[in-house]
Design a protein around this ligand. Structure first.
Ligand code: GAR
Length: 192
């Protein structure tokens, strides 16, 4: 199963996926390309480290969504990589019908909350401020409804009274780093 990863920032989840592949823990999945909408994304450094092409694609003209010329550039680049699965790992843009239709049924997203609670930006901060006792993360199929597609898998973390926003974020990120590679591995084995 050919996997393409899209991200915008740190790339710690892309790194977890690549490390799982290197350790033989990604089932039949193999990462064939990384793409980012930010020229300064630290995740670009993963390319040379793991021997996978990592490329910045200009997302202009919009700031928070992928539409128009930027969307066309992404569709062309991702199509060229011939993905069976497109993984959004911290890709901070709303996808529009052009991209969604081009890869329909093949896009999954990682979100840092137990959806349907706390969709949108800052899922961890929203959960922390609401005072939940169980937080977590979700992998779901991507549809036109932001963070609203079918839930594929989730991992929960307990919020302790001593937790700060920072310590909770660290726990949720650790849960993400296990959940996302495991989900990709499972999908790759069930699609074989
Ligand atoms: C992750 O926590 C992911 O859940 C979140 O961005 C972070 C990316 O971290 N995604 C969203 O909030 C999407 N709405 P990373 O760049 O280190 O993988």
């Amino acid at each position: 199963m050919r996997v393409v990863i899209l991200g915008s920032g740190r790339g710690s989840n892309a790194e977890a996926i690549l490390a799982a592949e290197k350790a033989g823990q990604l089932g039949r999945a193999r990462v064939v390309a990384l793409f980012t909408d930010r020229a300064d994304a630290p995740m670009l450094a993963l390319g040379p480290r793991f021997g996978v092409p990592a490329t910045f694609i200009d997302p202009a003209p919009f700031k928070t969504k992928l539409e128009g010329e930027g969307e066309a550039r992404f569709i062309a680049a991702v199509s060229a990589a011939q993905p069976d699965l497109v993984v959004l790992a911290g890709f901070m843009r709303v996808l529009k019908p052009g991209f969604l239709n081009a890869f329909a049924g093949r896009i999954i997203n990682l979100h840092p909350s137990l959806l349907p609670s706390f969709p949108g930006l800052d899922g961890i901060g929203q959960a922390f401020r609401r005072g939940v006792k169980i937080a977590g993360c979700t992998v779901h199929g991507v549809t036109a409804e932001v963070d609203g597609g079918p839930i594929i898998d989730q991992a929960a973390v307990r919020v302790e009274p001593s937790d700060t926003l920072e310590s909770l974020a660290a726990k949720v990120h650790a849960a993400e780093h296990a959940l996302l590679p495991a989900t990709i591995a499972r999908l790759s084995l069930s699609s074989a």
